[in-house]
Design a protein around this ligand. Structure first.
Ligand code: SF4
Length: 337
């Protein structure tokens, strides 16, 4: 059963130049113990969606639709109730740990405060939980680390501390927004391995936001591909890699480094995403799609529809045979690797 169910989410920012609809009618769900990847280029709305779920948007934003977390409806929930939920039932990991860690307080103080904010425990018990939390994310000599300040740790260690902090109160939902983007390749692999372990150990639902399908292949069960504020394809991760259906997904797969010969420049999707203030009529990917037809540039935009014989849904006007034939050129064994 789904722990998080998002239905018809619309997030709009008021700006001096007019409203910008960053998330436009997104629906998705994720169950406990499941990792859902949300993938897409910068500005596709994936971070706006995660901030909508966390209730961390600026006051210039309005959120419509439904975000149901267990028994809680988050849309319209008073700010103080949302604050209580954050850190206890839902936690977030950001790309930049320094954005969440206080540079002038020790790691130990910050972890203990995070525990005591949500659990009625003594300082000594909070310290025990903090040490266990650091050990669980593979930090050596966790007791000694409690005395250190964030700047004394490497980027990878800081990211581990932030993951430990996010998990301290056993949240039911963990949102990780580009958690490995700023890290070197080796540390990135370690953090992804850690997230894979957490998936089975902590029975939380995890939403992993990334621009990188390689990261999705490492840890996700399901993936939603976002483009210009909308989901254009959603599939179990093995199906997405074996039978990708949407031309935008094909472009993302083609740009995976492993698919290129040594020295060859990585494939890039031509053009750039549209302005969300004035998005194109019809399919928003049409200006960049090599297969666009007249129908693609007219209303109504294609809506998500089931692909026969699979658990995939896709929003594209191409017929099934063309999608299967063209998609086969981009299929990858990445996920099973
Ligand atoms: Fe390309 Fe048309 Fe499909 Fe959009 S609907 S992805 S433009 S073929």
């Amino acid at each position: 059963m789904a722990l998080l169910t998002v239905e018809n989410l619309r997030t709009t920012f008021r700006t001096d130049d007019g409203p910008v609809c960053a998330v436009d009618g997104v629906s998705l769900s994720v169950a406990a113990g499941q990792v859902l990847g949300i993938v897409g280029e910068s500005g596709c709305g994936k971070s706006a969606m995660s901030l909508s779920i966390m209730g961390l948007l600026p006051t210039s934003a309005t959120v419509e639709g439904s975000i149901q977390l267990g028994e809680h409806q988050l849309v319209g929930m008073p700010k103080n109730e949302l604050r209580t939920l954050r850190g206890s039932e839902v936690a977030m990991i950001f790309q930049d740990p320094m954005a969440s860690l206080n540079p002038v307080m020790t790691i130990g103080w910050q972890l203990e405060e995070a525990v005591r904010l949500h659990q009625k425990v003594s300082r000594r018990e909070a310290r025990t939980l903090a040490v266990a939390g650091l050990a669980a994310v593979g930090i050596p000599s966790p007791e000694d680390r409690l005395k250190t300040y964030p700047h004394e740790l490497s980027g990878g260690m800081r990211q581990r501390v932030m993951i430990a902090m996010a998990l301290l109160n056993r949240p039911r939902l963990l949102i990780a927004d580009e958690p490995t983007t700023a890290l070197d390749v080796t540390t990135q692999a370690q953090i992804l391995a850690l997230m894979r372990d957490l998936r089975s150990e902590v029975d939380a639902a995890i939403v992993l936001i990334t621009h990188d399908l390689g990261v999705v292949a490492e840890v996700c069960d399901e993936v939603a591909v976002m483009y210009a504020g909308r989901i254009v394809e959603r599939a179990p991760v093995d199906e997405l890699f074996a039978r990708p259906q949407h031309p935008y997904t094909w472009g993302l797969l083609a740009s995976l480094p492993g698919r290129n010969r040594a020295g060859e420049r990585l494939h890039q999707i031509a053009g750039s995403p549209p302005s969300l203030m004035n998005p194109p009529v019809g399919c928003r990917f049409a200006p960049r799609c090599a297969m666009a037809m007249d129908v693609c540039r007219a209303d109504p935009a294609p809506v998500l529809a089931a692909v026969a014989g699979s658990d995939t849904v896709v929003a594209c006007h191409l017929d099934a045979a063309t999608r299967a034939r063209e998609g086969a050129r981009f299929a990858s064994d990445e996920e099973s690797a």
